[in-house]
Unconditional design. Structure first.
Length: 475
C-alpha cells in the first residue's frame, strides 16, 4: 500500500503517468511542465491550479529537481521495457487508436488531459481501416510504378535509337565531307593541271621566242662579220654589188619583237571560299578621329570620300613609295592622333586575336588601298612607304587591277573582270592577311607578318576616290 501511495506521489494528476520534467507552483502541487502548460487557463492575470483551483502567477513555476530524480529512479526500478501490446506509460493494454497523435493508446491515456479531446477508435477497427488504405495505396503505387517502368523502358529504347541516329549522322557527315575532300582534291588537281598547261604553253612560246632571237643573233653575227670584211676589202671587191649587203643590213635590223609582260591567267579560285570567309565576317566601321582632314566620312562610319582636288593626285614610284606631291592645305587639331600627311583612315576595330573578314567596295575606278596596319602608324609622313616594313599590309587597287604594296617593284595584275569589291581576311594567330575578290572568291595576295599585338583596318584613298564598307551579317 505504501508502494502504491509512493507511486501516486510520483504520478502527474493531469496525464496520470510518471512525472516528466516536474514543476511546482505557489500552492505546492506538482505537474509535468508540458501538462501544466497545456491545461492552464488565465484568470485575472493569474492561472488556476488544475488540482486545487488556487491562483498562481506564471513566474512562480519552478522546476522540482528532487521529484524528477525520484521519478526517474522509480521508473528505472519498477518499469522495464513494456510489452508490445501494453502502454509504455501505464502498463495497460492498448485498446484504442488516437487519430490525432496517430498511435495506439490505453484506456488510461484516453482519460488524461493529453488525449481527452482527441478522436479515438477501437484498435481493431483502426487496424482494418488503415490496412485497407495501405493496401489501396500499395495497389496505386504498383500501377504508378508499372507506368514509370514502361516509361523507363521507352526511354532506354529512345536512348538506343538516339545513339543509332547520332552514329548514322556521324557517318553521313564523314561521308559527305569525304566527298567534299575528294571534290576539293579533284578541283585542286584540275587547277594545277591548268596551271601546268599554261606553264607549258607559255614556256613553249618563250622557247620559240628564244630560238627566234638566237637565230636572229646568229644571222646578225654573220652579217656583221660579212659587213666588216666587206668594209675592209679593196675598192674593186667592195664595189662588187655593195647594195645587196646594205639591203640585207636594213632588213636584218628590223626586229619585229617586243617582250610581253607575263601574267598568270590561271587564278586561285577555291570552291565555296566565299561561304567559308563569311563565317568570320565582322562589322567594320571607320574611326573618324583618325581620318585625314580631307576625308569625308558618313555618320554611320561606313562611307568615306577623299575631298581633295584632282591637282593633288599622288604619284607612285616604281618601288611603290607613296606620293610626295600631296600637301595638306590645312591642319585640324581637334584630334591629335589623326593622319596629317596621308589621306588615310583606320577602322574602329582593334584585333588582338582570332580570324576576321570584311569587304570593301569602290566603283569610281579611282585608286584606293585597303588592308591592316599596326595601331601606331598615324605618325607616318608623305615620304614614308606604305609597306610591310612600316607595319602596313595593304593592296592597291582600282577597277582595272590590283597590286600588293611592298618595298619591291611589283607589276600590277590585270583582272579579267573589273575589280569593284575586295575581301580582307585576317588570321591574327597565323600571322597573315589575305585578299580576295569578293565577287568570285579568287585569291589575290597574302602577306605574312611577325607577331603584332594590336592590328586595325587600314584605308587610303586617292583624290576624289570613295569607298564603302558594306553592311554585313557579321558579329
Amino acid at each position: 500500500m505504501e508502494a502504491e501511495d509512493f507511486q501516486d506521489e510520483l504520478t502527474c494528476s493531469i496525464c496520470l503517468d510518471y512525472f516528466e520534467d516536474p514543476v511546482s507552483i505557489e500552492c505546492g502541487h506538482n505537474f509535468c511542465r508540458r501538462c501544466l502548460s497545456r491545461s492552464w487557463t488565465p484568470s485575472g492575470g493569474c492561472f488556476l491550479c488544475p488540482e486545487c483551483r488556487q491562483p498562481s502567477a506564471p513566474g512562480a513555476m519552478r522546476p522540482n529537481w528532487a521529484l524528477a530524480r525520484m521519478t526517474e529512479k522509480r521508473r528505472r526500478r519498477h518499469q522495464g521495457p513494456a510489452p508490445q501490446n501494453l502502454c509504455s506509460r501505464h502498463r495497460e493494454p492498448l485498446r484504442l487508436f488516437c487519430e490525432v497523435d496517430q498511435r495506439p493508446v490505453c484506456l488510461v491515456c484516453r482519460e488524461s488531459r493529453e488525449h481527452r479531446a482527441h478522436a479515438m477508435a477501437p484498435i481493431d477497427e483502426a487496424f482494418q481501416n488503415y490496412r485497407e488504405k495501405l493496401r489501396s495505396s500499395e495497389c496505386s503505387l504498383t500501377v504508378k510504378m508499372k507506368t514509370i517502368v514502361r516509361l523507363q523502358e521507352t526511354e532506354l529504347k529512345n536512348a538506343t535509337k538516339w545513339k543509332e541516329k547520332i552514329k548514322n549522322q556521324q557517318m553521313r557527315i564523314s561521308t559527305e565531307f569525304s566527298k567534299l575532300h575528294h571534290f576539293l582534291a579533284d578541283e585542286e588537281q584540275l587547277i594545277l593541271q591548268r596551271l601546268r598547261e599554261e606553264e607549258e604553253e607559255t614556256q613553249k612560246k618563250m622557247n620559240e621566242n628564244m630560238l627566234m632571237l638566237n637565230q636572229m643573233i646568229t644571222s646578225m653575227k654573220k652579217l656583221i662579220l660579212e659587213v666588216g670584211e666587206k668594209s675592209q676589202a679593196s675598192s674593186l671587191e667592195l664595189l662588187q654589188n655593195p647594195k645587196d649587203v646594205l639591203i640585207r643590213c636594213e632588213n636584218q635590223g628590223d626586229v619585229n619583237y617586243s617582250p610581253e609582260v607575263l601574267n598568270v591567267k590561271t587564278v586561285c579560285q577555291i570552291p565555296m571560299m566565299k561561304e567559308m570567309l563569311k563565317r568570320f565576317q565582322v562589322a567594320v566601321s571607320l574611326a573618324e578621329d583618325t581620318a585625314h582632314p580631307k576625308l569625308i566620312i558618313s555618320q554611320e562610319g561606313r562611307y568615306v570620300k577623299n575631298g581633295a582636288p584632282a591637282s593633288y593626285r599622288p604619284v607612285f614610284s616604281t618601288a611603290w613609295s607613296y606620293f610626295t606631291g600631296w600637301r595638306t592645305p590645312q591642319n585640324n587639331t581637334q584630334f591629335a592622333e589623326r593622319f596629317q600627311h596621308l589621306p588615310c583612315v583606320l577602322g574602329k576595330n582593334v584585333f588582338t586575336s582570332g580570324k576576321h573578314y570584311w569587304e570593301v567596295e569602290s566603283k569610281d575606278s579611282l585608286e584606293i588601298a585597303v588592308g591592316v596596319c599596326r595601331e601606331d602608324v598615324m605618325g607616318i609622313t608623305d615620304n614614308s612607304e606604305l609597306s610591310p616594313h612600316m607595319g602596313i599590309w595593304v593592296i592597291y587597287w582600282n577597277s582595272d587591277g590590283y597590286r600588293p604594296l611592298t618595298s619591291l617593284p611589283i607589276i600590277p595584275v590585270k583582272q579579267e573582270s573589273s575589280l569593284h569589291r575586295v575581301g580582307v581576311y585576317l588570321d591574327h594567330g597565323a600571322g597573315n592577311v589575305s585578299f580576295y575578290s569578293a565577287v568570285d572568291g579568287v585569291h589575290l595576295h597574302t602577306f605574312s607578318f611577325p607577331f603584332v599585338s594590336r592590328l586595325r583596318p587600314f584605308f587610303w584613298l586617292s583624290p576624289l576616290a570613295s569607298l564603302v564598307i558594306p553592311v554585313t551579317d557579321g558579329k
